[in-house]
Design a protein. Sequence first.
Length: 215
Amino acid sequence: MDSFEWNKIIGAVLGTAVFIFVVRIVAEHVYEPEHPAKPGYIVEGVIEEPAAGGAPATPVAEVAPDWGTVLPTADIAAGQASTAKCAACHDFTKGGPNKIGPGLYGVVDNPRAAHPGYAYSAAMKGKPGNWTYDELNLFLKAPAVDIPGTKMSFAGIRSERERINLIAYLRSNDDAPSAIPAPKPAEASAPAEAPPATPAPAEPKGGAPAPAPAH
């Protein structure tokens, strides 16, 4: 095969490669998908990650519920239904076994990291105190934010109403349910402003008038 034939073969190969490259560039521009700036919906119980990745974004701060008002009207049955999200890791029966997470029977107002036989994380053991209503609310909203380093990988429950119902169920799931606090008193209205003081009459330029002579 002479050099002319080889040149034709090499030219054909190069021409094909250039053609494929051009077609690929054109196709990428024509069929490039448009990615939305923000997802069309948010999956419940998942905390959004910051744009650059990393730790979960800190949830927006919210006022703690008035437990004396919300607990008596909470939907305990709905709270029990919410435990389906937790059942893979926790048992809720009295004397039930530890699973991936500790048993949660009678957890309300009991000390953290106190369930017998469970190996808690150092982060959980390092935060003293009881599982009060406020503490449970913060933890259930975003476990990794409330106690960084916790072994609990659940992202959290965004809905405050769902957390209230779940905490109401956890309270009821006890031999002696924790007391419901009294409702918070209504905030007193700000006192009315005092009316401005009436200015004293101005004295004449010549000073006070001389007293009348006595008779």
